[in-house]
Design a protein around this ligand. Structure first.
Ligand code: CTP
Ligand code: MG
Length: 335
């Protein structure tokens, strides 16, 4: 199955373009939703400032990286400069403040890998997770947003892939499948490697944006308004790209030896990263390098059971794209 011969795409693929684009359009959040989010952030920031005057709130994740579907929860990062802060106490204090100001479902999750406080704003109905000083997440959010501005096909592809992953139950990190962040990186990497390329590799270009976070230097070219024509030499349609994406992950990716790397715009070897065997809980069965925390494999949560689920789903999706009479429906059927 894995080593199936290369196959050609169905000849009527471009007829699927309009229906797939319609699905994409239906997932894009309306402008008024963005306005509500900004409004909520501004009022939460006021509350936080009553206790910590210099602190700022940043949106990150799907509400800020342009890969968010309508009605998603929002991810917020509190940036606070305090020597020796105790994140756990800070999170608890935040929860108290929010609770006292009529926000609902307030919960401090202090034992998580990334401690957060959760809340729901009854006025807008928006739920959000607030973490503290997660600067890298704010920067990788910018990187994703910048990539999205280069070629519109990235956003279309990533929305469809995320929609597929959510429908098929393979976007659940707590159960050992991949995060949305990982899927977006898979899409970026895939478009970097089309020939002609649809996306450049921003981290390999002369940096125009440089930030140091602890001992990690984050540097990339961010004048993306100058790259609007980058993908113009490639006219592959969204339906064709979706077909090719699943074909790649079902039949062509070399799981035994390869790491996908948006940072370099290429494949690097598992051996070079010493990701060839299980270390602790990191199994490295599907390897996706974080663009900044390069020792971080976003596939590390995938285990020997969930890798099978993922491969079966990639296979199913590739088959649906290849043979199904109505892929726009079948692809997203609940599992
Ligand atoms: N993130 C990260 N490292 C991870 C997972 C997530 O830095 N291993 C950060 C990224 O900045 C990402 C954000 O957390 O954009 C939110 O992650 P996730 O919930 O996976 O993605 P969203 O884009 O918010 O997707 P969804 O629409 O499913 O909420
Ligand atoms: Mg999110």
């Amino acid at each position: 199955q894995r080593m199936r011969n290369y196959r050609e795409c169905r000849s009527d693929i471009d007829k699927l373009n309009t229906p797939f684009l319609e699905i994409y359009e239906s997932l894009v959040p309306p402008e008024e939703e963005k306005a509500k989010q900004r409004h909520l952030i501004a009022s939460l920031e006021k509350l936080v400032n009553s206790e910590w005057p210099g602190a700022q709130l940043y949106l990150y994740g799907s509400c800020a990286n342009s890969f968010g579907v309508s009605k998603s929860d929002i991810d917020v990062c509190l940036a606070i400069e305090e020597p020796d802060i105790n994140k756990k106490e800070l999170i608890e204090k935040l929860a108290e403040i929010f609770e006292a100001n009529n926000l609902e479902n307030v919960k401090a999750l202090t034992r998580a890998r990334v401690p957060i406080v959760k809340l729901m704003d009854p006025e807008s109905g928006i739920s959000c997770d607030i973490c503290v000083n997660n600067v890298l997440a704010v920067i990788n959010t910018k990187l994703l947003r910048d990539y999205a501005q280069i070629d519109g096909r990235l956003r279309q592809l990533a929305f469809l892939v995320k929609h597929w992953a959510k429908s098929r139950g393979v976007n659940e990190t707590y159960r050992g499948t991949l995060s949305s962040y990982a899927y977006v990186l898979m899409c970026i990497h895939f478009l970097q490697r089309r020939r002609p390329a649809i996306l450049p590799c921003l981290q390999e270009m002369e940096p125009t944006y440089i930030v140091n976070v602890d001992d990690i230097q984050c540097a990339f070219f961010d004048k993306v308004e100058n790259l609007r024509d980058f993908g113009a030499g490639n006219n592959e349609s969204i339906a064709y790209l979706l077909w090719a994406f699943f074909d790649y992950w079902a039949h062509r990716h070399d799981y035994a030896n390869s790491v996908i790397s948006v940072r370099t715009g290429s494949i690097i070897s598992k051996r070079a990263k010493d990701w060839t065997r299980r270390i602790g809980n990191d199994r490295h069965l599907i390897c996706i390098e974080d663009p900044f925390e390069t020792s971080h494999d976003l596939g590390r949560i995938v285990d020997k059971f969930t890798i099978k689920t993922l491969l079966e789903e990639f296979d199913r999706a590739a088959d649906v794209m290849q043979y199904d009479p109505d892929p726009c429906v079948t692809l997203f059927e609940p599992y």
